[in-house]
Design a protein around this ligand. Structure first.
Ligand SMILES: CCC[C@H]1O[C@@H](n2cnc3c(N)ncnc32)[C@H](O)[C@@H]1O
Length: 482
């Protein structure tokens, strides 16, 4: 199938679907009409899109953890604890790494090993192997909407199974679940495969069922400048809307400077609304703020400081949802208890800040303007390269290094851009690579980094990048020389 940013016809979709459902035996349990009937019977308080819409109307920020273990009953126990003890507003099912690479055979081994050893031998919930009815069993056991959270370049069978299983949201996108997660999956391939997932959501919408889609904002979660992550989020949002997605949550990963992070969310909302209006897409747009995605302090008390700072920033930015970290972040998959603690610390902070927003200021206004200007430089070039087509333009933009995600493992990412923090900890461009920013923007980024270098008595250098990557784990935002 040739890549273009055009809604797939049902014939095109069904042709691909036949083959997708054969990728694992559980695919044969998916029947679109039966699934639609099941989904129509799900109460509204368990529909992701409806709960997001209500939160946006009420102007509140809801909390969602990440969580997933190998076996169904243990996963249910985990989610019930996060709901009842953690007070989670949304529940995830974090999917395991084998499923993310479509290695369902290894999932099967992991499930058997987990049964044998009575511990989770997978780092998430293998939803494809467990299949539709077990996904429905998980949904029946909780009282909040469910979402699949993962990192899957080819999420087609996973999307079919989780939606038929009553989970009304799927995270990811053709850029955001490829470039930070895979080495050798072409951008064209993953864009096509995520058009499938978006078209499936669109088909359910056309049958009167709301399915939420959430592009993965943070990307590599390592000093990603807000304009680069916002450009990717808007592209994935537009591609999803073209396939009929109506409930869209665009995301952003906390960088750490309050003014910049609030500006990132505000500019993401403003710019995406501009683009959706231009292209005539009527979507229910919400935002998700991910608490710090970089290295964490091992000390749990310090980790709670980072978690609460992320919660506070999400609230002050007015994000619809915040994704919660745990005090075990520095060591690995959190225990059920640690996961619940992260949510409770987050909810306490959100409740204390309910109704408060970071007021407009000269600095905030400047940062919003700067992020929008930088984002438009990228998006305008993508559109030009694609001769008006954002899907084709995205493939060419990666080839040209116009879209360039720092520290991405993908061989399709040129990796010439380098970020570093300025004196206030805002993430700036140290090297632009082939990203086509105006001279004024380049000079401004350069000036801010030189101010930092001067105050630290050193040259602007790659060492700053290294120092910034370790900083938060060591207890500061800016990686000052030791
Ligand atoms: C982009 C996602 C990275 C984050 O996703 C967390 N994460 C991954 N897998 C699980 C899991 N099975 N349960 C709870 N958290 C999980 C990591 O800790 C990290 O923060």
């Amino acid at each position: 199938m040739e890549l273009k940013n055009k809604k797939w016809t049902e014939a095109e979709f069904n042709k691909v679907r036949e083959e997708v459902l054969t990728h694992w035996p559980t695919g044969k349990d998916v029947d679109l009409q039966e699934a639609a009937q099941f989904l129509k019977g799900i109460p509204e308080h368990k529909n992701f899109a409806a709960k997001l819409r209500k939160a946006k109307q009420e102007g509140i920020t809801l909390a969602q953890p990440r969580a997933g273990v190998a076996l169904v009953d243990e996963h249910i126990k985990l989610l019930q604890h996060l709901q009842n003890e953690g007070e989670a507003d949304f529940l995830p099912c974090t999917i395991d790494s084998y499923t993310r690479q479509n290695r369902y055979n290894e999932c099967q081994v992991g499930i058997e090993e987990s049964i044998k050893t009575n511990r989770s031998m997978l780092n998430g919930f293998p939803a494809v192997n467990h299949g539709v009815h077990n996904c429905r069993k998980v949904l029946a056991a909780v009282e909040t909407p469910l979402q699949a959270r993962h990192g899957t370049p080819d999420s087609r069978l996973l999307a079919e199974i989780i939606h038929a299983g009553g989970w009304t949201s799927n995270e990811g996108g053709g850029i955001s679940y490829n470039i930070p997660y895979a080495k050798s999956v072409s951008v064209e391939r993953s864009l096509l495969d995520w058009q499938y997932c978006d078209r499936l959501a669109g088909l359910y919408e056309e049958m009167g069922i709301e399915i939420n889609r959430e592009p993965f904002g943070p990307l590599t979660g390592t000093l990603v400048p807000p304009s680069m992550s916002n450009a990717v989020a808007i592209i994935e949002g537009l591609l999803a809307a073209e396939q009929g997605v109506k409930s869209l949550t665009l995301g952003y990963g906390q960088c750490g400077n309050l003014v910049q992070d609030v500006a990132a969310i505000r500019s993401l909302i403003e710019l995406s609304e501009e683009y959706f209006k231009t292209y005539g897409y009527k979507v229910d747009l919400t935002t998700v703020f991910h608490q710090w995605m970089g290295g964490f302090p091992a000390d749990e008390s310090k980790a709670f400081g980072v978690i609460s700072w992320g919660a506070a920033t999400a609230a002050l930015a007015g994000a619809t949802k915040v994704i919660v970290k745990t005090p075990h972040e520095a060591v690995g998959i959190p225990t059920m208890e640690a996961n619940a603690q992260g949510i409770k610390a987050t909810k306490q902070t959100l409740n204390l800040l309910k109704g408060q927003r970071l007021q407009m200021s000269k600095e905030l206004e400047l940062e919003i303007k700067l992020i929008k200007a930088e984002t438009k430089c990228i998006l305008d070039k993508v559109l030009e390269l694609g001769k008006g087509d954002f899907a084709i333009g995205t493939v060419k933009a990666f080839e040209a290094g116009v879209i360039d995600v720092p520290f991405a493992p993908s061989k399709y990412n040129v990796g010439k851009m380098l970020p570093a923090r300025d004196n206030n900890g805002a993430v700036r461009y140290l090297e632009f690579g082939n990203i086509p920013m105006t001279k004024e923007i380049k000079d401004f980024n350069k000036q801010l980094l030189e101010e930092r270098a001067k105050s630290e008595g050193r040259q602007v250098s790659f060492q700053m990048v290294v120092d910034d990557i370790y900083a938060v784990g060591k207890g500061t935002l800016v990686g000052k020389p030791e």
